[in-house]
Design a binder for this molecule. Structure first.
Ligand SMILES: CC(C)(COP(=O)(O)OP(=O)(O)OC[C@H]1O[C@@H](n2cnc3c(N)ncnc32)[C@H](O)[C@@H]1OP(=O)(O)O)[C@@H](O)C(=O)NCCC(=O)NCCS
Length: 167
């Protein structure tokens, strides 16, 4: 995989999905099920990865997902995704989820944050190279650096577990 593709700015991959939560989305407590939000996050992240890589990309890992506030039936939920970092065939996608309460006036509140790794694949399902992401501004440069920290931690954790298993 020595092909060098031209870079793409972060803005190229930005995608927003919005959805009103309904009664079929709830858990036993009556708030929106975490799995419903996880699928929503995976969908929007997949769209950003496909946009950046110009084709199919599969979810390889969910690095982190944090639920900050409960979401309720009737809330209008928005998920914002962008590619933060690129490797050779892999990409980190960051997702911010906000919610507008159906019964309250005010700014949307942050309800979840997630970081996922996608790998671009060809028709045979083999990894294919992705264009390097070109961070647009200071925030995107910060996100790029933070993605590298998450990657380093992920690889270090995997190496430590493999070492412990070999002992
Ligand atoms: C993701 C997948 C394509 C990787 O294939 P692979 O042959 O193991 O890939 P390689 O070991 O050659 O690694 C390719 C890239 O994937 C990354 N990768 C592989 N597994 C990973 C993991 N668990 N977490 C993060 N990155 C991973 C590698 O770091 C590498 O990145 P780079 O090219 O930027 O350096 C393959 O494991 C797969 O198809 N998994 C199932 C995906 C799926 O079904 N998802 C759910 C539905 S979309």
């Amino acid at each position: 995989m020595d092909e060098q593709l031209p870079g793409r700015p972060t803005a190229h991959s930005r995608v927003t999905l919005s959805k009103i939560m309904t009664a079929v989305d709830v858990n036993l407590y009556g708030t929106v099920h975490g799995g419903v939000l996880m699928k929503f996050v995976d969908d929007v992240a997949g769209a950003a990865a496909a946009r950046h890589s110009g084709g199919t990309a599969v979810t390889a890992a969910i690095d982190e997902i944090v639920f900050l506030e409960p979401v309720r039936v009737g809330d209008l939920v928005h998920a914002y995704a962008q590619v933060n970092w690129t490797g050779t065939s892999s990409m980190e996608v960051g997702v911010k989820v906000t919610g507008e309460r159906w019964d309250a006036v005010g700014d949307p509140i942050r309800v979840a944050t997630a970081y996922l790794v996608f790998v671009a694949v060809d028709v045979a399902g083999n990894p294919r190279p992705v264009p390097p992401v070109l961070p647009d501004d200071m925030d995107d440069r910060r996100r790029f650096k933070e993605a590298l920290i998450r990657r380093d931690h992920r690889l270090a954790r995997r190496a430590a577990i493999q070492k412990a298993r070999a002992e």
